[in-house]
Design a protein around this ligand. Structure first.
Ligand code: HEC
Length: 128
């Protein structure tokens, strides 16, 4: 019984998956993204506001766009005021995790990208 009780917090920890949490994404963002997108992620003249991703996409958070941007798949497809975002190869390194996507699909993605996606989702403004 004691052994079972000791396992419960451990299982809860695994379920929260700290490596893919918004908090993990927040520290990755602070280390790699603030220099362009700003500490509050609202961007600037030549860099998009990442708190308005959902608003610009008509109200729902554009997860596929964000994932494609971060894994480099969408590199070169968009420019904002003539400027393109650099690619971050290190985001593709490390453990993978399976993510459910709309329409019953799922995709294996690096945990760092999933954490950044979770953080960006948590920043979305609901209206102006
Ligand atoms: C050197 C400046 C720079 C850095 C650093 C940077 N970005 Fe960007 N980002 C841009 C620019 C410029 C764009 C718009 C052009 C494009 O999409 O390539 C952009 C676009 C984006 C978009 C798509 C926005 C849209 O509305 O289409 C996302 C999401 C994003 N960045 C997230 C991030 C994250 C997360 C990081 C950190 C890992 C990051 N960016 C680091 C400059 C930067």
């Amino acid at each position: 019984m004691i052994r079972f009780i000791a396992l419960v917090p451990l299982l809860a920890l695994v379920a929260c998956s700290p490596t893919t949490s918004p908090q993990a994404g927040r520290s990755l963002f602070a280390q790699n993204c603030v220099q362009c997108h700003g500490a509050d992620a609202t961007g600037g003249d030549t860099v998009p506001d990442l708190t308005g991703l959902a608003l610009r996409a008509g109200g729902s958070y554009p997860q596929a766009l964000v994932l494609d941007k971060l894994d480099g798949y969408a590199r070169g497809q968009t420019a904002y005021a003539g400027v393109q975002m650099p690619q971050f190869g290190f985001l593709l390194t490390g453990p993978l995790t399976r993510v459910s996507l709309p329409g019953g699909m799922s995709r294996e993605l690096p945990e760092k990208i999933v954490a950044l996606d979770a953080y960006l989702r948590s920043l979305q403004r609901v209206g102006d």
